[in-house]
Design a protein around this ligand. Structure first.
Ligand SMILES: [Zn+2]
Length: 433
């Protein structure tokens, strides 16, 4: 057993931080938290009662005056758009896809190119302290396999999606339904260990990119192999109108996925949900579909402000996503700040619902998002120990409280303050680039 000592902060509940000064978190050999306490003796005694070895085998690692917090989870990101991060920000969604996104993704037919880009992507995920993610690769099975191997090599968690698409795109980014199924099955054979940190996730790009046959095949794969599902939902009004035209029998965009078994029949995360309301919202609640809120992307691609406060009040699970390259920042701490600021814009227009607070943004990025991967994102007993050690001494020029120190790190800090990263109990060294 290992015991880590530091100032410990996390969000068991969304509206408040747990703050434990000079405290301890105990982690067992399987990488799970057995307890968190200000008192070492009771913590170790408790843990050793439940599991062996006992106190004499306990290693205590003292991080001194540093902060220990749960690691970040990125619930929506396109690994294959990493080269386009921070460029082509002057376009709206559909022309942006045609002119920038699809040409870049075409390059991933070349596994050499894919490896070069994906190495950088995995490295930078590590750098910003994101230990789990849901990512889109491309249609290319072999490059997708490269990305999965890189995450495995790094020891970080990722649900990786080979992208399904066969309409409204160039021929080079289109695959037959049979090829898509075969490609998935070869990845599933290699990676579908239910306890694995890296697993495939069924990823129809979005309704406009997939024929009914492809959507049906995606739903069947998810059901047959018990795989999670990710896609995009209600991001843009033009897109919603197009979905209605393509799937005329659907009663809302979410229903168009639901008809194919892609809306919560297995754990599902949908990015954006800017225009989700009424029926779609009810369906998401019934099916526990998670929202991946991507505020930077919603700003850059000028879609709109997602009603996150409403989703939280309605009890929908919500996580945060960087959505590279619609979003420009990979750093989930920055995404928290944008989420709060976006909600303040929403509040300025409509005072009916309060804006998001820091603890709510932190909770969305950690415990709420982490629930998609199992018990991840908190330091409560039973949770997998995914953690970051923050050395914020360069941000402290006066006596700040621990909570103020965390707030300053979130608003002012960056990866330079992240001193250690842990995923499932293991310290994760810097991946090779
Ligand atoms: Zn996206």
């Amino acid at each position: 057993m290992k015991v880590y000592k530091a100032h410990i902060l996390f969000t068991k509940e969304r509206n408040r931080f747990e703050v434990l000064e000079n405290s301890y978190v105990a982690v067992d050999g399987n990488g799970r938290v057995t307890g968190v306490s200000t008192d070492l003796t009771s913590l170790v005694a408790d843990a050793s009662e439940r599991r062996k070895p006992g106190f004499e085998d306990t290693e205590i690692i003292d991080f001194g005056d540093r902060l220990l917090i749960p690691a970040m989870n990125d619930m929506h990101v396109h690994a294959a758009q990493y080269r386009n991060q921070g460029i082509a920000m002057d376009m709206e969604l559909l022309p942006w896809l045609q002119n920038y996104t699809f040409p870049e993704e075409t390059k991933y037919a070349d596994t050499g190119y894919a490896e070069r880009m994906y190495r950088r992507f995995v490295h930078d995920m590590w750098r910003v302290g994101t230990m789990r993610n849901c990512t889109f690769a491309t249609i290319h099975t072999e490059s997708t396999r490269v990305l999965m191997h890189l995450f495995q090599e790094a020891g970080m968690g990722s649900l990786v999606g080979k992208v399904g698409m066969n309409r409204n795109c160039t021929e080079k980014l289109s695959e037959s339904v049979e090829q898509m199924v075969q490609g998935y099955e070869s990845l599933i054979t290699e990676f579908n260990n239910p306890d694995g940190l890296v697993r495939p996730i069924i990823t129809p790009r979005f309704i406009p990119s997939c024929t009914p046959e492809m959507l049906r095949a995606c739903g069947e794969l998810a059901a047959k192999y018990h795989l999670h599902v990710q896609s995009h939902l209600s991001e843009n009004k033009e897109e919603i109108a197009l979905v209605q035209k393509l799937e005329p029998e659907s009663t809302c965009y979410g229903d168009a996925y639901d008809r194919y078994g892609l809306f919560g029949q297995t754990p599902t995360v949908m990015a954006h949900c800017v225009f989700t309301e009424k029926e779609e919202l009810e369906l998401m609640k019934r099916r526990s579909v998670m929202v991946a809120h991507c505020p930077t992307s919603n700003l850059n691609v000028t879609t709109g402000i997602a009603p996150i406060r409403l989703f939280l009040d309605e009890g929908l699970p919500v996580g945060l996503g960087s959505d590279i390259s619609g979003g420009h920042s990979l750093n989930i701490f920055q995404i928290m700040v944008y989420a709060i600021q976006m909600s303040k814009l929403h509040y300025q227009r409509n005072h009916a619902r309060a804006f998001l607070t820091l603890s709510e943004a932190f909770w969305m990025a950690t415990k709420s998002a982490g629930s998609f991967f199992g018990q991840v994102g908190s330091f409560e007993p039973g949770y997998e120990f995914d953690a970051l050690v923050i050395d914020d001494h360069d941000l402290n020029h006066d006596n700040y409280s621990l909570l103020e120190r965390l707030e300053r790190f979130i608003y002012l800090g960056d990866d330079r303050q992240i001193a250690h990263r842990f995923c499932r109990g293991k310290e994760i060294p810097e991946p090779k680039q």
